[in-house]
Design a protein around this ligand. Sequence first.
Ligand code: GTP
Ligand code: MG
Length: 370
Amino acid sequence: TGSLTVGELAEKLGKEASEIIKKLMFLGVMATKNQDLDDDSIELICGEYGIAVEKEIEVEKTDLLQYIEADQEDALEERPPVVTIMGHVDHGKTTLLDSIRNTKVTEGEAGGITQHIGAYQIRTNDKKITFLDTPGHAAFTSMRSRGAQVTDIAILVVAADDGVMPQTVEAINHAKAAEVPIIVAVNKMDKEGANPDRVMQELTEYQLISEEWGGETIFVQMSALQGEGIDDLLEMILLVAEVEELKANPSKRAHGTVIEAELDKGRGSVASLLVQSGTLRVGDPIVVGSTFGRVRAMVNDLGRRVKKVGPSTPVEITGLNEVPQAGDRFVVFEDEKTARQIGELRQQKQIEERRGDRSRVSLEDLFDQI
Ligand code: GTP
Ligand code: MG
């Protein structure tokens, strides 16, 4: 919206400037005829004459990504890979996630009680790996539909006794569309009838050709149930991560993506976030999707309270005014006032989008009609 002087506003309203000045004075605003009025004052004056003004949303301000702090090249540091596990029903995704977690999470983290926050982090060979434990398809579909890319590496689980199935192909398509490297976990090798060659053969049709056969795709044979091959798989993940040169700047204000969120009876809005760059701290003013607030408390995947977390780390936060959605982006702001302002604009925009194209009245429209 453009600004108006007292005189211009008077003219638009068909009143004397002196009358407007008097009303302003009555409202506690001292103004002269040529003075610019802010939107709030304009709204107040219009209200005095029984004219409702709906402020036009400054749409250009609502794009969250513009508030991400820029990176200096030399501030970039290696960050852990974020891994999503995908594959056909019953091929062993959940078993694999549990198996990795059980064998690795508690190493050096004595007494940790694992907490379901939609993702977890393990340490192996002194390196960290983050696993998303939301179903792989959801991670790709809901998040990517919002333009969020959280996954660095996809693990394609294929049961060796079952081979390539419809959802295997779907998973391949998702990973390819997102240009995410795929590691094939040939699972259930302990089962009778396990036929890894057949899996390799079937996957050639989708350009996933094993290194053994002259291709570039890493295949790991394993049994998620018996914990066989887990270490090989983790090693391969780290290898691919190294090739990808995954980096982030830990020293700036955090930004990232919502993994999941819900309303908790006691704690209010609870959101699991994946910090993708920067460091997130308790007390940070934050906008998450169309919600906002200050990070009140943070809990990590071991259920421990933490004060700050860096890139590629999943964390659960409280302190938002409402519940955001999986796939929403979040950005930390320098001060609470700005976070609130942008958060409110985004909320308003969301409400209007939901309302559809029912027309709203902007200051300009209104004045044109007078
Ligand atoms: P959905 O979530 O339904 O898509 O299945 P999923 O891919 O998560 O499979 P899940 O881990 O639930 O495993 C399905 C069944 O296969 C379970 O009964 C597992 O115990 C079994 N299973 C998983 N991995 C292995 C394995 O390596 N060997 C054997 N023998 N059984 C396995
Ligand atoms: Mg499962």
